[in-house]
Design a protein around this ligand. Structure first.
Ligand code: ADP
Length: 622
């Protein structure tokens, strides 16, 4: 576009410049012609006036007498004085002998031609033959001289002649005004193109602009050549114009070169683009998934591989995005989704990527993988997992039941005790109703605790689907702590909780993780109890720490430590007389099914530490 504009600019400016120059030249030529015409008429009129005056006066000197001649000479003197180009006026008798004139002299001055000069004689003959004034040829005597012969004629015939001698140099000097000299180089030339006036200098050369004009009489052979002085301003303008044209031409050449390079680069980029596109299509064609590439701007299908062709039929409009055939459709913002194709009742995992081509346009890359088989397999695996966990819970039921029976024994015994106490207070006369009421309240509390124990047993053995949700670890601790409270009280041990991150959250099945925490804390309490020594304040401590993307929970105790670390997580490994050896094995399964890890390590300072680590929840706390 730029180079086109420049070319146009160059063409227009050159054309306008040229038209202007031609117009200037024509105007100059017209003005020169008018100037010369004016000069010619001025000189002609002057010569004609002189000629007429001399012709009129010459009639008065026939017959010649001293008085009329004196009068004639006086007038002629005035004429010579008024005309610097007129050198002399001579009066000749009919024999051609000078009888007087202006200037008066004894001896004819050398700048004047002799009256018997052959050229004057020829002019005399012509004048007398024709009976009217005639001019001689130019007589070169120092200055170019020109003689006008006016015949003196009366009724008797030829009586003599009047000669007027003109110095052409001075004549031109007198008649050509200053402004004319400023504009033109002026030359008077004879019939042989010889320059007569001014004598110094040279004739203008033929290549320059030249105007020619005949001068004097028709047969004089004289001409005025005028060549205008070079017009400085227009010449400078012409030079500038030429320079500008040259600069423009160079600029256009440079621009064309830049354009050419740019086109080459663009061509190479397009080539690279189409090559890379073809390479990509070749890779996509080989994929086992159904792949389509479509333009974001208009939804046009750019490419699809054979799997895509086999699975999906194009809509009649021809434009395509894979997701148009899926239900529900994947909107432009979605990155991936698992969708059900209702027609085939198959599941597809669809990945959508908005990608930029090398040319800057954006395309949608849709990759659909048939995940029906995996989905069914994962369903089966999940069901199997749930069954396994249910079996595991049943397996530990006996162990748990004996613990629960033990736990229930306590509130039941307490209820029996309070019942006996109430009974004895009622049998008093009068009955101690206040104490009875107190005993009944205690009985109610113990019954509530027994109910809680049974409730937790029910939730443990119930077969239930995994329910993943985001939980705060501190909240998960509440239920197991409440369940273990009676045991802790009996052992006179306080379970201490230390958390460096109160808000640490994990995505889990809350019931299962609560069971893990319950098992670990119960083991810790039992390990401390096994020591038989008075437990200290930090006998059992739960540490919660969050580091970046994971949460670690450790249950530390001051017991005797792990007896056989290698067998710790083996099912049915137990060192307890009433133990089943299933608790830790189940805990490990649960933690690993949540994508975490469970391990045991010595507690620095004595005892054991059972820890598990789970991925921290990415869901922000509300
Ligand atoms: P059980 O408690 O029925 O024995 P577990 O699987 O919970 O079954 O524990 C297996 C064994 O691991 C226990 O018998 C015990 O020897 C050992 N153990 C578990 N926790 C601790 C602990 N905190 N300190 C020492 N030993 C432990």
């Amino acid at each position: 576009m730029a180079s086109l504009a420049l070319t146009l600019g160059l063409f227009v400016s050159t054309t306008l410049g040229w038209l202007w120059y031609v117009d200037q030249r024509e105007a100059q030529a017209r003005r020169s012609a008018l100037d010369l015409l004016w000069l010619e008429q001025t000189v002609q009129q002057k010569l004609l006036l002189n000629e007429r005056m001399l012709g009129n006066w010459s009639h008065d000197i026939v017959p010649p007498s001293d008085a009329v001649l004196a009068e004639f000479f006086s007038r002629s003197a005035t004429l010579v004085k008024d005309n610097p180009g007129l050198l002399a006026v001579d009066v000749l008798d009919k024999d051609g002998k000078r009888i007087g004139g202006v200037p008066q002299y004894r001896e004819r001055p050398t700048q004047l031609p002799p009256v018997n000069d052959p050229l004057i004689a020829a002019a005399l003959t012509t004048a007398h033959t024709l009976g009217k004034p005639a001019y001689s040829h130019v007589i070169e005597q120092g200055a170019p001289l020109w003689v006008l012969v006016v015949p003196i004629v009366d009724d008797a015939g030829h009586q003599g002649s009047v000669l007027a001698v003109y110095d052409l140099d001075r004549l031109l000097e007198q008649e050509v005004p200053w402004w004319f000299v400023q504009r033109y180089d002026l030359s008077l030339v004879d019939r042989n193109n010889k320059r007569l006036s001014p004598r110094d200098g040279v004739l203008p050369d033929a290549s320059s602009e030249l105007h020619k004009l005949s001068f004097g009489t028709d047969d004089s052979g004289l001409a005025l050549w005028a060549s205008p002085h070079a017009h400085g301003q227009s010449q400078a303008l012409l030079a500038w114009l030429s320079l500008a044209v040259l600069a423009f031409a160079l600029l256009i050449m440079w621009l064309l070169r830049v354009l050419y390079r740019w086109l080459r680069e663009r061509q190479a980029a397009q080539q690279a683009l189409s090559e890379s596109r073809e390479q990509l299509y070749a890779v996509l064609a080989g994929l086992e998934a159904a792949v389509s590439v479509s333009a974001v701007s208009d939804g046009r299908l750019l490419f699809r591989n054979r799997h895509h062709e086999a699975l999906f039929t194009l809509q009649p409009e021809g434009d395509c995005c894979l997701v148009q055939w899926l239900n529900p459709p994947l909107d432009a913002q979605s990155r991936s989704a698992e969708v059900l194709d209702l027609a085939s009742t198959r599941w597809y995992h669809v990945e959508r990527r908005a990608t930029q081509w090398v040319d800057g346009s954006t395309v949608l890359l849709d990759i659909a993988t048939d995940v029906t088989v995996q989905r069914e397999a994962s369903n089966t695996a999940r069901e199997r997992d749930e069954l396994l966990q249910h079996t595991a819970r049943l397996a530990s039921l006996a162990e748990f039941a004996s613990g629960i029976a033990h736990e229930l024994n306590q509130p039941l015994a307490a209820i029996a005790n309070y019942s006996a106490v109430a009974d004895s207070h009622l049998s008093n006369d009068p009955p101690h109703l206040g104490k009875v009421a107190d005993a009944v309240t205690r009985m109610g509390e113990e019954a509530h605790r027994a109910g809680q124990i049974i409730q937790s047993l029910r939730s443990f053995i119930q077969k239930r689907a995994v329910e993943m949700r985001t939980c705060c670890v501190m909240d998960l601790l509440k239920e197991p702590l409440a369940l273990l409270e009676p045991l802790a009280q009996r052992l006179q041990v306080q379970i201490k909780v230390q958390s460096s991150s109160e808000l640490a959250r994990i995505d889990c099945d809350a019931v299962m993780i609560e069971q893990v925490l319950f098992n670990l804390m119960r083991n810790a309490l039992e390990a401390v109890a096994g020591r038989g020594a008075a437990p200290g304040q930090d006998a059992v401590t739960v540490h919660i720490a969050e580091d970046g993307d994971s949460v670690t929970v450790c249950v530390a105790d001051r017991g005797s430590g792990i007896a056989d670390p290698a067998r710790l997580f083996q099912a049915f490994y137990t060192t307890k007389s009433e133990g089943m050896g299933l608790g830790l094995a189940i805990c490990r399964t649960v933690v690993e099914s949540h994508g975490g890890r469970l391990w045991a390590e010595p507690n620095p300072g004595g005892g054991a530490r059972l820890c598990f680590r789970l991925p921290a929840s990415v869901v922000m706390a509300a």
